[in-house]
Design a protein around this ligand. Structure first.
Ligand code: GAL
Length: 667
């Protein structure tokens, strides 16, 4: 359970009472009760109202809001309000505004206009956080701390002089000497050698590619600078309220922040999910994938869906509403995949400001609306799910997701652009379609619980990661590695002597060259006539000990392996030298998955998502019908109470279009 104070699925949204006169607040409370709301995120953008002038704090309005919430049995995820500094900060401290790679300062007037290394911002944010914690530490409404908001969302890097100075300190702690830095950055290239620390700058606009190791270190540095802000606030909060969990809201696969690192600083992972209703099924699979990532960040611990749109957003070119039933269906998708909270942006649709056309749980048109009635019935319905709290999703398959490798891979000057998330999705989808749960792991993480671990592309391979992989396979694990992997070390320096460098013996092969984006490329299985379309990449592989499972049948690399398998220790290591057409890959993997004893929650049926959450002694099967027609699903071994209808089910179950069922297995 995330907090003993609130032993239910969290349900609510961002609550911005400062945008409304106080008489509206009473109406809010009435409607929150009607909608079964039990938690709201308060004060996320309230800094200017809490501290209208430097050092002058005004808390009485927030006192009243929190008191009202407590009276109405609604808890608060109280924000530290540091995501949008007041206008006076920029006026007093223009250097607190972030600067882009071309030396331009951002202006205030939007949000997130702060440099993460600005002393003024840090001091003022810490002061405000401390005062909020001090004032509300014993307030009965306080259940959770919401630190800042979506760190890095609009401004993920600042390249100002203050950051430059901090970057040099960061580098000197990392490399100790300039000689080391020159060596690791490979500055013998293009006369980039540094002779004094103050010659080093952030990777600002340069005539052509900046040094890749410099770029990579700057990404690390910025990630850590933002994380330091979050940690500083968390530390203040924990000092005052050691028992109140702290969180901030993540953004799925958001590239600039290494969320595996970030999750360590928080008590609970929370994230914001905004699939485009016009982009199904792609968008809903992506949401599932990101939910699974969020669940994985803290070793399977339940997370909170902190924001989703009640209906449409305001920031796409075309903002489609969620059709009837879709908000409910996608909310249950989050719960199925490990969420113990279903929250929205935002409670009441704004009257003014840039987000006035973003949907709210209470629409402009009021409570007699489709959106509010769907919101209210979901809130009441979720009360039936207390038993699901704390349940886990048990996966036997893991995908390797490494932000560091992704940063390095997706920089400029590569053989071709490769997108890490696209590669993760290629693999993820194979399992999603089969109702086989997947976790995400780091290359140096503990993989003992997984039967199958896949690294679709692991361009950067550290010595520790290579050791981890070797030990995993040696002990009987099954590991799949994709092309263009094991190419560089942590400084983006190439391993000499063939790829995948430190894993050549484990994979039983060596790669000598590649052909990105091959034209009309096909592979074949030995002794079979079918041509399997391949895309994106061809690694030209020389096998040593590996067995060849498929070969290329076109171009100058015809006859070279497309897919191999190597026995190593007690385990197996597979290598994919290309991207096989997905249905072929699924077919090739299916036998393998079965051999490994990896079973789906239920056999696949198009548009039906099936996921199991469990805890000792209790198991729940979530069934989601994404199709626009009723579907009958064979429950196989599952029989027991269906939580939403209260009926006992067995054999088959009928799901309405966008319908949901949650079956608890009879003991
Ligand atoms: C999120 C943000 C919210 C709101 C929402 C709109 O990124 O955290 O404050 O702007 O998007 O969709």
């Amino acid at each position: 359970m995330i907090t003993a104070k609130l032993p239910h699925i969290f349900y609510g949204g961002d609550y911005n009472p400062e945008q409304w006169p106080e008489d509206v607040w009473r109406d809010d409370m009435r409607l929150m009760r009607e909608a079964g709301v039990n938690l709201v995120s308060v004060g996320i953008f309230s800094w200017a109202k809490l501290e209208p002038r430097p050092g002058q704090y005004v808390f009485d309005w927030l006192d009243r809001v929190l008191d009202l919430l407590a009276e109405n049995d609604v808890f608060a995820a109280l924000a530290t309000a540091t995501a949008s500094p007041p206008a006076w900060l920029a006026k007093l401290h223009p250097e607190s505004l972030p600067q882009d790679a071309e030396g331009r300062r951002y202006s205030p007037g939007g949000r997130q206009h702060y440099c993460p290394n600005s002393a003024a911002y840090k001091e003022r944010a810490a002061e405000l956080t401390g005062r909020l914690a001090q004032r509300y530490k014993a307030h009965p409404a306080l259940a959770l701390w919401h630190i800042n908001n979506e760190y890095g969302c609009h401004v993920s890097e600042c390249l100002c002089d203050v950051c430059a100075a901090r970057f040099r300190q960061w580098l000197s702690a990392r490399y100790k000497t300039l000689e080391q830095l020159n060596e690791r950055w490979g500055t013998a290239f293009w006369s980039q050698r540094y002779d004094a620390w103050d010659e080093i700058l952030p990777p600002r606009k340069a005539p052509t590619f900046c040094n890749p190791a410099q770029q990579l270190d700057y990404k690390r540095f910025m990630n850590e600078s933002l994380l330091a802000l979050c940690r500083a606030e968390a530390e203040i909060l924990r000092k005052h309220t050691p028992k109140v969990p702290v969180t901030t809201n993540f953004m799925g696969f958001f590239k600039p922040l290494d969320y595996f690192q970030w999750a360590q600083a928080l008590d609970v992972v929370a994230w914001d999910s905004y699939p485009d209703p016009d982009g199904v099924p792609e968008e809903r699979i992506h949401a599932a994938c990101a939910h699974d990532l969020m669940r994985s960040l803290k070793g399977g611990q339940p997370f909170v869906l902190m924001e989703q749109a009640p209906s449409q957003v305001n920031w796409r070119a075309v903002n489609a509403p969620k059709r009837p039933g879709v908000m409910r269906l996608w909310s249950y998708q989050a719960v199925a995949r490990g969420a113990d909270g279903v929250m929205f942006f935002q409670w009441r649709a704004s009257k003014a400001g840039a987000e006035k056309f973003h949907s709210g749980m209470v629409p402009h048109a009021g409570k007699q609306t489709r959106v509010f009635s769907e919101i209210a019935s979901l809130g009441q319905e979720l009360k039936k799910l207390d038993a699901v709290l704390g349940c886990r999703v048990e996966a036997k398959v893991a995908l390797v997701c490494d932000w560091q490798s992704r940063w390095a891979l997706e920089q400029d000057s590569k053989p071709a652009r490769l997108d890490t998330v696209r590669h993760l999705r290629y693999c993820y989808d194979l399992f999603y379609e089969q109702n086989i749960p997947v976790d995400f792991v780091q290359p140096e993480g503990d993989w003992a619980q997984y039967k199958l671990v896949i690294a679709p592309v692991l361009y950067m391979l550290t010595a520790r990661a290579a050791e981890n992989i070797r030990a995993y396979v040696n002990a009987g694990g099954c590991f799949v590695l994709g092309y263009f992997s094991g190419i560089v070390d942590e400084n983006d320096q190439v391993y000499i002597g063939g790829y995948p460098a430190l894993l050549k013996d484990v994979m039983g092969l060596s790669v000598e060259e590649w052909r990105p984006h091959p034209e009309k490329c096909v592979a074949q299985l030995p002794g079979r006539p079918e041509e399997i379309p391949c895309s994106t990449w061809v690694d030209v592989v020389n096998v040593k000990s590996a067995q060849v499972s498929a070969v290329f049948a076109s171009d100058y690399f015809a006859g070279k392996p497309a897919l191999t398998i190597n026995e190593y220790g007690k385990g197996k290591a597979l290598y994919a030298a290309t991207l096989l057409e997905p249905s072929w890959m699924a077919w090739l993997m299916s036998g393998f998955i079965e051999q490994l004893g990896i079973r789906p929650a239920l056999p696949a049926a198009r548009g039906i998502e099936a996921v199991v959450r469990s805890k000792p002694g209790r198991q729940f099967l979530f069934l989601l019908n994404h199709n626009q027609k009723p579907e009958t699903v064979d429950l196989g071994p599952w029989s027991g109470k269906e939580l939403l209808s209260g009926k006992t089910v067995q054999g088959r179950i009928m799901l309405e279009p966008n319908g949901v069922a949650i079956v608890e297995r009879k003991k």
